[in-house]
Write a protein that binds this ligand. Structure first.
Ligand code: GLN
Length: 355
């Protein structure tokens, strides 16, 4: 049993019990046949199949990989990203009871790019609560991640925090609210991963800055609408650094555990966000995490998730697991093509989508 900031929670047999449902005398037991149904209290979230043979599943994924025709190109509009070996493949899944299953180059770090937007969103949501939604929406955009068109129609209020415009507003908030934004933010990310070595990659950040004309256009447009408080350069600098963070699949899967556990970092017992906020962040990922391919990802994979142009994808099954995959070739919508196929295989095979 952990207690953090007055919030009690425990992980028992893969089930997260938070203080609303858990007390020492109320250990949940299944109602015996004939017993009144309400004799047992229902825990926060059940559904984790502890008996699932994930190791066998990993072997099946390795087989499936051989049959997947890995189409697409690595992102080259950020010159440094274009230098990555396109055929790398890593996969790592962590269950909420901290069992790890992985394959491939699961420990090799890569540029997580837009996946980091979920972590900056979590920090801004925690700091701002619902005030955040005055400056950014929660609707899917149906547009590419770096689109400018919609932003002008909608008076400089981005559709959601996971497209570039929305993530830039979130960066502006963090630049305003954190005393030393880059240092404090990376410290939060390190705690989520349980690894003090996680860092920004200055090489990627500066490569992106040199090619960052569209992002500069987005911030300038929003500044003209009064939706950016800080100077354009500081917001862009924070954003390019955010996108340059490097992690392995294992570290990514760990960092996103808090969205599988109803807001708690299982490594430290700290509450990262409230249960309600973690549900809302997952909802935003489901609707907006893959830009104009969000429908396709929900349709085929059926999990909240987020992609990055570095070829990474994170996906979360609340109450069950978080999973990261890395495969750098991107489809036409800027999402890892083999990564999507493998996650589709995972949820089909385990029958574990959220639907
Ligand atoms: N840093 C990238 C950009 O701003 C992030 C895009 C992405 O990963 N989809 O263009």
């Amino acid at each position: 049993m952990h207690s953090v900031q007055g919030l009690k929670f425990a992980v028992i047999d893969g089930i997260i019990f938070d203080e609303a449902v858990f007390t020492a005398t109320e250990f949940p037991v299944a109602a015996a046949p004939g017993q009144r149904k309400n004799a047992a209290r229902v825990p926060l979230k059940i559904g984790y199949d502890g008996a699932m043979d994930y190791q066998n599943l990993i072997a099946e994924i390795a087989n499936t990989l051989r049959d997947v025709d890995d189409q697409g190109e690595v992102a080259s509009y950020i010159p440094e990203l274009g230098r990555v070996d396109p055929d790398k493949f890593g996969f790592h899944l962590v269950t909420v009871d901290q069992k790890h299953h992985g394959m491939g180059v699961e420990d090799e770090r890569f540029s997580i790019q837009s996946i980091a937007k979920v972590l900056s969103l979590a920090v801004a949501f925690r700091l701002e609560d619902d005030r955040l939604w005055r400056r950014v929406g929660v609707e899917p955009s149906g547009s590419p991640f770096n689109s400018l068109v919609q932003l002008e129609y909608e008076n400089g209020i981005p559709r959601n925090p996971l497209i570039n415009a929305g993530a830039l507003v979130v960066c502006d908030i963090l630049v305003s609210r954190l005393a030393d934004p880059k240092a404090e933010f990376i410290e939060i990310v390190r705690r989520l991963c349980g690894d003090p070595a996680i860092d920004y990659c200055p090489r990627i950040a500066s490569s992106e800055q040199q090619a960052g004309y569209r992002n500069a256009a987005l911030v300038n447009l929003m500044k003209a609408y009064g939706n950016i408080e800080n100077d354009v350069e500081s917001v862009l600098d924070f954003y390019f650094n955010l996108c340059s963070i490097e992690m392995s699949c294992r570290e990514l899967a760990r960092a996103f555990q808090f969205l599988a556990t109803g807001g708690v970092n299982p490594l430290t017992g700290e509450r990262v966000v409230s249960v309600s906020k973690s549900k809302r962040i997952n909802a935003i990922m489901l609707l907006c995490g893959f830009y104009d391919e969000a429908g396709e990802f929900a349709f085929k994979v059926g999990l909240p998730g987020k992609s990055g142009v570095g070829g990474g994808i994170i996906a979360v099954h609340p109450g069950n697991y978080s999973v990261a995959v890395w495969s750098p070739r991107l489809n036409a919508r800027g999402n890892s093509s083999r990564g999507m196929r493998i996650l589709e295989f995972l949820t089909t095979r385990t029958q574990s989508s959220i639907f």
